[in-house]
Design a protein around this ligand. Structure first.
Ligand code: ASP
Ligand code: MG
Length: 439
């Protein structure tokens, strides 16, 4: 069994939907996990925002416009009247349901019910399309097996047992279709795995079924060794380890949801990144071990805030770090990078929700400085301890740029450097020129 996940652009138009058929119609048994059509989840989120602001009139207008758009997609997608009408009815049902929610009070739960419509529609459309052509497939609702626990983490036991039951009921069909992103929470309510969560759904399903492989199909041919938006002549990386991929997914390589590495690593299931526009491209293969190279990739993450805490009382004192960390814990804010000296600590965060409270609390410990508009540049490569000479090129490449923080030694496969966001592009280009000279 394999798991194939197709993102929003891979089901973005009637034409893209049809392009999936040759990719899934073969002898391999597979679970096809779909995102909503590109733009749908954003539109549903906008609708929910209008709803929560009490602007129900606008929300209803948007809903009606979307219903019409889905009718138009159906008109372009299906050839027969039967399937076109079925698709119209389904769109009417889902958008009618959203409209009926608008008559009630706004709640987070109603918002989640709205957000779930995109995946419910895309999966049904694919199932209808295959049915119209005569290719056998089954639609297994994610809400019958996908579930998060009270901490919002996948409930693997529940998922495995329920998916097993659902799959046992499948007859001969080789194509099993299900929704990415959506799930139930501990109360059994409709919930989701957060934005971009379909990748996570795919690897959770891969782990729960012990799949041979998880394929994530997008519109780029794998993870590049630098950001193609800013740097010319980037290359696709053929092999990555789970650890390397996790660092890159977190630090800016937008191609894969960062949480999605964990389930795959847990059950040692290879993840292959493929391109629906160029299916024969090899893509990137992520598995337990990879080929070690001095430097593999560079990625950047913007929107970083650095906090510096300075105190003479820190000198030779203990328990200082605990006090600092407790502040971040109290405000549920993860720390990304950290460097320390005898009298000061620098930490970075990317979530500014509780910044003011954090600064206030830290001020009782020492003098606090805050700097915004920072970027973490992460260089992935071979930085195993004991290796000599594995970083000088990095610093040589950056010798014209003010480096704000360096984190070396925390990970065997990455080095992180903090720079001002305005220096990011030049930093990425200089690193590329130095670390990946053209052959
Ligand atoms: N449709 C959801 C989103 O746009 C989930 C996904 O595409 O992965 O965030
Ligand atoms: Mg995505």
């Amino acid at each position: 069994m394999k798991v194939y996940k197709f993102g929003g652009t891979s089901v973005g138009t009637a034409e893209r939907f049809r392009a999936l058929i040759p990719l899934i119609d073969d002898e391999t048994e597979k679970i096809v996990v779909l995102s909503a059509m590109a733009g749908t989840t954003n539109a549903l989120a906008e609708m929910s925002a209008l709803f929560s602001d009490g602007n129900k009139g606008e929300a209803r207008k948007k809903c009606e416009a979307m219903r019409k758009e889905y009718h138009a997609v159906a008109d372009a997608l299906f050839s027969s009247e039967t399937w076109t009408l079925k698709a119209h009815d389904l769109a009417d049902e889902h958008f009618g349901y959203i409209d009926s929610l608008f008559s009630r009070e706004y709640s987070r739960h109603n918002e989640k019910r709205i957000l779930a419509r995109g995946e419910l529609l895309s999966t049904a459309f694919l199932h209808f399309l295959l049915s119209e052509i005569g290719i056998p497939s089954v639609l297994v609702p994610a809400l019958n097996f996908m579930r998060i626990d009270k901490d919002g983490e996948p409930d693997y036991f529940y998922i495995r047992e329920n998916l097993k039951r659902e799959l046992a009921a499948v007859n001969e069909e080789k194509i099993i279709i299900t929704q990415g992103y959506i799930c139930r929470n501990v109360f059994g309510e409709t919930d989701n795995l957060r934005r971009g969560g379909s990748d996570f759904s795919a690897t959770i399903i891969g782990a729960a079924t012990g799949a041979e492989e998880v394929q994530i199909w997008t519109d780029i041919s794998g993870i590049h060794n630098n950001d193609p938006r800013y740097v010319e002549n980037t290359r696709v990386i053929r092999n990555l380890s789970f650890d390397e991929a996790a660092e890159l997914a977190y630090f800016g390589a937008k191609i894969l949801h960062p949480s999605s590495i964990h389930p795959a690593r847990m059950k040692n299931i290879p993840v292959r990144l493929k391109n629906t526009m160029h299916p024969s491209d090899e893509g990137t293969l992520i598995k337990s071990a990879s080929t070690l190279e001095d430097y593999k990739a560079v990625a950047a993450k913007d929107g970083i805030i650095v906090l510096r805490v300075r105190s003479d009382r820190m000198l030779l004192a203990y328990g200082f770090m605990r006090k600092i960390f407790e502040v971040f814990e109290a405000f549920k804010t993860p720390i990304d990078m950290i460097t320390t000296s005898e009298v000061s600590v620098s930490l970075t965060i990317d979530d500014a929700t509780y910044l003011d409270d954090i600064v206030k609390s830290l001020s009782s410990i020492g003098i606090v400085e805050v700097e915004k508009e920072q970027t973490i540049i992460c260089v992935v490569g071979d930085f195993r301890p004991g290796r000599v000479g594995s970083a000088p090129e990095i610093f040589e490449a950056l010798n014209e740029i003010p480096v704000k923080m360096i984190s070396y030694g925390g990970s065997e496969n990455s080095v992180s450097i903090l720079v001002n966001t305005r220096d990011k592009i030049i930093a990425l280009r200089s690193l590329s020129a130095k670390l990946f000279p053209e052959e």
